[in-house]
Design a protein around this ligand. Sequence first.
Ligand code: NDP
Length: 239
Amino acid sequence: MSKSLVVITGASSGIGEATARKLSAEGYPLLLLARRVEAMEALNLPNTLCRQVDVTDVKAIAAAVAEAEQQFGPVDCLINNAGMMLLGLADEQDPAEWQTMFNVNVMGMLNGIHVVLAGMKARKSGTVINISSIAGRKTFPNHAAYCGTKFAVHAITENIREEVADDNVRFITIAPGAVETELLTHTSSDAIKAGYEEWKQGMGGVIAPQDIANAISYAYNQPQNLCVREIVLAATRQQ
Ligand code: NDP
C-alpha cells in the first residue's frame, strides 16, 4: 500500500532535515516547510514538495498543505519541528527575541495544527508530532523565554491529545536534550554561546539529529491504535 503524506516544518537543517531523510527513505511522500527553500530542495528527496513558508503565517501553511494534498492525498502526519532558541538573561535580552520564540515555537506549532486537524478528525486518523525539549520539562540558566515556549509545547500537545483522542488522532511530544545542530548559533551573546559549548564538552558531546529522527520514526510507525505519548532522549551524561 502506498504511504500517506507527512508534513515537516523546519526541514532545512538539523533535526527536521534528518527526519526528512529518514521518512523519505521509509517511502513517505513529504511536504517540507521552512524559509530556506533551496536547502530543502538540495536534499533532492523523491516524492517531496518543498515550499518557502514561515510558520508564523498560517495562510502560507494552509496554501502549501492544499497544494501537497492535491499531489499526494491527505496529510496523515504533521511534524512541528521549526524552532528558535535565543538564550539570554531576563534583564538584558531584547524582548523582540522573546516575541520571535513565542511566535515560531508556540504560534507556529498551533498554526500547523489548525491547518491539518479538522481533516484528521474527519478521517478519524492522523498524527501530530511536536518537537519540544528537555527544556520543556525542567529549566536551565539563560533559558527563561525558551523554556517558556517549550513548557507550552508540552502543555498544548498533551491538552489536544486528550481533546482528540476519541477522534483516533494521536498527539506525540518528542523532548530531546542537547543535539548537535545550528540551533545555538542564533543566540547573540558570545559568552552564553561559549558557556553552552563548554557544557556540551563537559558531558562528552551531545546526540545527533539522526537520533531524534529515529525516535520520531519509531513513534509514528506504531499502529494507529497505539499512541507513544512522549519520548525524552538525551546524551547519557546530560543532567
Ligand atoms: P536548527 O536551527 O538546525 O533548525 C531549526 C529549523 O527551524 C530550521 O530548519 C529553520 O529553517 C526552521 N525555522 C526557524 N524559524 C522558522 C520560521 N519562522 N518558519 C519556518 N521555519 C523556521 O535547529 P534544530 O534542528 O536543533 O531544531 C529543531 C527543533 O528541535 C526546534 O524546535 C528546537 O527547539 C528543538 N530542539 C533542539 C535541540 C537541540 O539541542 N538542537 C534540543 C531540544 C529541542 P529556516 O531558517 O530555513 O526557516
